[in-house]
Design a protein. Structure first.
Length: 401
């Protein structure tokens, strides 16, 4: 039996991510399962309040899923004590303003990233939340994916020996919207609306790298707009001002080098939309969203470079798939359950606004590196968010990139 119900304001729930991942696959799935189990064996149930600008869309969503509560008035929702958690899935440009309102209202806050349009604003949100004494969390969904969970276990077990390098490939072809509808919202390709693949994906790469391998100490990046004309949801051609591909080299604490390519203008020839290869002195792994295959050093083949002879080694066959040893749930739902425990019983949840600010710092430093053509160092942030060295006040905000 549920001991109590936690009300959750879900702002921006009619958007793609807000609806699919956060409402349907997380909160509604938790409701259907009877709530979140706490450490004492009791359960806490969740009740969503759908918030957005279009009342007709909200009503349709509520009716589709048998939900009672929806509103277009965020201020009224924040003033109502029934709703303990504010969750934000708005476009980046609108996020910080809404989060500041939620902080002022004393709500626990869970948000998509990036948390703001600039590092300074993201850091301000962290400071405001800390001063207000409210619990806060930022989506770190990729850490909860089956493939990366397996990778974490490999790292923790010492499988790799000394880790040497990490290589990542992320992306797919996003249709331009002319002869075929685009599968991403048009604002993603306008920098003035908070779009761009650097600000979208570098915060992801920051938390993946720092939680699995070590803090990002410097970045060298190239960000480009490879398709400069696209067609929006209304069939209108617009100028794509945001970067749609980025190529980054990241130096990590401990001497590890990471290279990650991010692109919405590439056609996929790999098993999954994102894959990481980790090479170490004792073994290597190739990891995707779900799969994880390994090659230990004592099973590593010995190829010899000879362009005059056809290679006879079946390299794919020399890797071993890491088996699934437990049932995995949706990564967004898994983190939601952790955050709900954090609110209900002070369970651990390290992925807070300061973690979100570190992600935004990497995005800004990546854009600075692109602008200057130079490798750019990242300051280490203290627990209260104060940089140990200047954070680079001249780094461009998202809208300027």
């Amino acid at each position: 039996m549920a001991t109590r119900t936690i009300g959750i304001i879900m702002n921006g729930v009619s958007g793609r991510m807000g609806y699919r991942q956060h409402l349907v696959r997380s909160i509604l799935a938790i409701r259907e399962a009877g709530g979140v189990e706490l450490s004492d064996g009791t359960k806490v149930q969740v009740e969503p309040l759908l918030v957005g600008r279009n009342e007709d869309k909200l009503r349709e969503l509520a009716e589709r899923h048998g939900l009672e509560h929806y509103t277009t008035n965020l201020d009224e929702a924040l003033a109502d004590d029934r709703w303990e958690i504010y969750a934000d899935f708005l476009v980046t440009k609108a996020r910080a303003k809404a989060i500041k309102k939620a902080i002022a209202a004393g709500k626990a806050i869970y948000t998509e990233k990036p948390t703001a349009e600039s590092f300074d604003e993201a850091l301000e949100l962290s400071r405001l939340a800390t001063e207000a004494g409210i619990k806060n969390g930022v989506v770190h969904d990729k850490l909860y994916l089956p493939g990366l969970i397996k990778l974490r276990r490999l790292v923790d077990s010492g499988f790799f020996g000394r880790i040497l390098s990490v290589r990542g490939e992320f992306g797919y072809w996003v249709f331009e919207g002319d002869w075929h509808p685009s599968q991403r919202p048009s604002w993603n390709y306008r920098s003035e609306d908070g779009g761009g693949i650097v600000v979208d994906m570098f915060p992801h790469w920051n938390y993946v790298l720092e939680n699995l391998f070590g803090r990002v100490e410097s970045v060298y990046a190239r960000a480009v707009t490879e398709i400069d004309r696209r067609v929006d949801e209304n069939g209108e051609t617009y100028v794509a001002t945001a970067d749609d591909a980025a190529y980054g080299i990241f130096e990590l604490a401990g001497g590890i080098t990471a290279q990650i390519n991010s692109s919405w203008t590439t056609r996929v020839n790999r098993d999954e939309l994102v894959e990481f290869q980790v090479d170490g002195t004792h073994g290597s792994a190739v990891v995707g969203l779900f799969g994880c295959k390994i090659q230990p050093r004592n099973a590593t083949p010995k190829p010899v470079w000879n362009p005059d002879l056809k290679n006879e080694i079946d390299f794919d066959a020399t890797w071993v798939e890491v088996p699934d040893t437990e049932e995995a749930i949706n990564g967004f739902r898994a983190q939601w359950e952790e955050f709900i425990r954090h609110v209900a019983e002070d369970g651990p949840h390290p992925y807070d606004f300061l973690a979100g600010a570190r992600g935004m710092l990497l995005a800004e430093k990546g854009l600075e590196s692109h602008r200057t053509g130079a490798r750019t160092d990242l300051p280490e942030l203290s627990v209260d968010g104060v940089p140990a060295s200047p954070a680079g006040a001249e780094a461009p905000t998202v809208a300027e990139s």
